[in-house]
Design a protein around this ligand. Structure first.
Ligand SMILES: [Zn+2]
Ligand SMILES: [Zn+2]
Length: 263
């Protein structure tokens, strides 16, 4: 329903990543898959999630007599380790182990290095198309005797920035995440509580806004988005204030907000 409300087309979704088996993170999935089915999807859908997710969906489809009209390909995740779970031409996806009451992992989406744009006026005209491709990927061109003909860095510009996004929810404050998050462009981190409920956050395996900001600052990310707020907070401003005191470039993940990552 939210996807429809915000005019995001189902067909554009080819992978779905589920962090853990608490209902607030996947109860809508059977409905979404059914809608895709009713709309006649035929492209395969890749679903990444913890053990048990596939069984639950199979039962739901079995007892509703649903035979999905598209291939649903499930990849079971080992939530306790940092692993590459997906790769295509443009990006990689890795799991990030979280610390929660049930097995849970976050996800790190990273664009691969991009080609170096050619400076046309600096290019000698004897170059072949395969040589141009090699120059774009930073490789120098040599003749058969190994003598340098064209140096990549002299005929190309710096490549565009490869963007990254880390999704971290749900988790207790976990400084061990730092190496995974260092330099990330955009970090979504749960901030269920304000820091006066730090104890409660700890024993319910959640984080506070202050802790999320501390992690963002230590990891030197470019921007932080807070989400997963306790329903006790009717006004979310204090959560934002608590985080911005430590990490100014912070926003709230309110419904319908769009965050783009600049090149
Ligand atoms: Zn949870
Ligand atoms: Zn949750």
């Amino acid at each position: 329903m939210r996807l429809m409300q915000y005019k995001i087309k189902h067909q554009r979704i080819c992978n779905i990543y589920i962090s853990h088996m608490h209902g607030d993170h996947y109860f809508g999935l059977a409905g979404l898959l059914s809608t895709m089915h009713l709309q006649g999807r035929n492209a395969p859908l890749y679903l990444f999630g913890p053990p048990g997710l596939s069984d639950i969906l199979s039962l739901q489809f079995k007892y509703s007599g649903t035979n999905l009209c598209f291939p649903l390909i499930f990849q079971e995740l080992d939530t306790s380790s940092h692993q590459k779970i997906f790769e295509d031409k443009q990006l990689t996806v890795h799991t990030i182990p979280m610390e929660h009451r049930v097995p849970c992992c976050g996800f790190l989406f990273r664009e691969k290095p991009k080609p170096r744009p050619l400076i046309k006026e600096n290019l000698p005209d004897f170059l072949t198309p395969p040589q141009l491709v090699r120059l774009k990927w930073g490789e120098d061109i040599k003749d058969e005797q190994g003598n340098l003909l064209v140096r990549s860095h002299e005929v190309t510009l710096e490549p565009k920035h490869s963007r990254s996004y880390a999704y971290c929810s749900d988790s207790r404050y976990k400084p061990a995440l730092l190496p995974y998050l260092r330099g990330t462009d955009l970090l979504y981190h749960e901030a269920t509580f304000l820091d006066d409920l730090r104890e409660r956050a700890n024993y319910t395996f959640h984080s506070t806004a202050l802790q999320a900001a501390e992690l963002a600052a230590a990891a030197q990310v470019r921007r932080l988005i807070l989400g997963h707020f306790s329903v006790r907070y009717k006004d979310l401003t204090p959560l934002l204030q608590e985080a911005t005191a430590i990490f100014p470039n912070t926003d709230l993940a309110t419904e319908g907000s769009v965050f783009s990552i600049k090149d």
